[in-house]
Design a protein around this ligand. Structure first.
Ligand SMILES: NC(=O)c1ccc[n+]([C@@H]2O[C@H](COP(=O)([O-])OP(=O)(O)OC[C@H]3O[C@@H](n4cnc5c(N)ncnc54)[C@H](O)[C@@H]3O)[C@@H](O)[C@H]2O)c1
Length: 363
């Protein structure tokens, strides 16, 4: 599939998203927080969780099911833990609040474990884990999401794509950053194949009878995504277990919505009330030399002889690092022209006149 790409400067995307969110009434600092997470998603190459999602946030604010203003509130607290009411604010506002609280606790007592209820979609999970990495700590973040995944041996979607992110700092700014959905792929990939009339590889999704299917329309209409690992024979039950683990840390600890009780994906008839979890761990409370060992672990893997010489062995976080380097060398973020045009139409529909440039086409 060949697509036309166009280059947009990071600051242009940031300002554009802020302006659109301000226009629908979001508090300025909240609009900025959302734009920062979305831009980071795009810079890291996770386009499914960047600018591409802006219309969903606008729709939820306009529908009055996500709060435009306010502050998250700490409901219960101990030296190392907190339960936060996200007050139905934008996910990144809740996420930033919880992660900075977790970091403060980790500085004080070695670990901070903070869970939130009353939250909304928060973008890439890695954004929050990375906040800890920047402070030389281990960071973790998890969120539950609308049901899209069919558990092993089942026929009904009862789990979201429930992402897991774990970041750990090495020396000289290097790091391990695992940031992954617990479904085999994102729903957007199946939708893209459907629109292009292409079949999908086996192990992405199943039909309404719970049988693996390579037909995207069967996955989208009555079927669902399968957990990471695919079918039972290829270890899909491990992904199923990880998706449920995310619910233990999020819905179960936070008392938010969970599993099939979370509203249907893209349906904006009520507040999402998502559960989220944010963890910071201070390596200084453990064996000395953590960063040195991390660097050794990373280089040990990166220096493995690759099975295919042109494909070097990577560690989690490397593909995103490479994408960020590409953005730096291009002097902006490359977007599909269709996404830029679509978001400009969304902006025009709410009265925003300063649009994204669509003329810097790259090949
Ligand atoms: N907020 C939400 O509701 C939600 C839900 C699902 C996913 N997400 C986000 O979507 C994004 C995409 O998730 P995904 O599962 O499609 O990511 P992905 O499959 O692109 O990458 C998953 C992980 O694998 C690593 N990786 C990729 N190739 C590798 C290789 N060859 N060697 C070693 N490591 C490698 C990446 O660095 C990353 O840590 C994530 O940022 C996630 O947080 C958010």
């Amino acid at each position: 599939m060949s697509v036309t790409r166009c280059l947009v400067a990071q600051e242009e995307v940031q300002k554009f998203i802020e302006k659109c969110m301000l226009t629908v009434g979001t508090r300025a600092s909240h609009a900025r927080s959302l734009a920062e997470v979305l831009v980071e998603g795009d810079k890291r190459g996770h386009y499914s969780h960047g600018l591409n999602r802006m219309d969903l946030y606008i729709k939820e604010i306009k529908a009055g099911i996500c709060a435009k203003d306010g502050e998250p509130v700490v409901e219960r607290e101990s030296a190392a833990t907190a339960l936060v009411d996200g007050r139905n604010l934008l996910g990144p506002v809740v996420g930033n609040f919880c992660m900075s609280l977790a970091l403060r606790k980790a500085r004080d007592v070695g670990i901070g474990w903070v869970v939130a209820r009353g939250s909304n979609h928060y973008g890439i999970a890695g954004y929050y884990a990375l906040q800890a990495v920047k402070e030389n700590m281990i960071g973790m973040s998890f969120t539950n999401t609308s049901p899209l995944v069919v558990p092993t041996r089942a026929k009904e979607c009862t789990l979201g794509t429930n992402p897991i992110s774990v970041g750990a700092p090495a020396k000289d700014g290097d790091s391990f950053v695992l940031d992954m959905a617990t479904s085999a792929v994102a729903l957007g990939k199946v939708e893209l194949h459907d629109r292009s009339g292409l079949s999908i590889p086996e192990g992405w999704g199943c039909d309404a009878q719970g049988r693996l299917s390579t037909e995207p329309s069967q996955v989208l209409q009555g079927g669902g995504l399968v957990p990471v690992g695919g079918s039972e024979t290829t270890g899909g039950y491990k992904g199923y277990g990880l998706g449920m683990m995310v619910e233990v840390f999020c819905g179960m600890l936070a008392g938010s919505q969970y599993s099939r009780h979370i509203r249907t994906w893209r349906v904006t008839d009520r507040a999402a009330n998502l559960g989220q979890c944010f963890v910071a761990i201070n390596p200084e409370n453990f064996a000395p030399g953590f960063n040195d060992r991390m660097s050794d672990l990373l280089s040990l893997h990166r220096s493995l002889e690759p099975a295919e010489p042109e494909k070097p062995v990577l560690v989690p976080g490397d593909p995103e690092r490479l994408h960020e380097e590409e953005c730096r060398s291009l002097g902006g973020i490359p977007y599909h022209l269709s996404v830029v045009n679509y978001m400009n139409d969304v902006a025009k529909s709410i009265g925003v006149t300063s649009l994204l440039p669509a003329d810097r086409v790259i090949h």
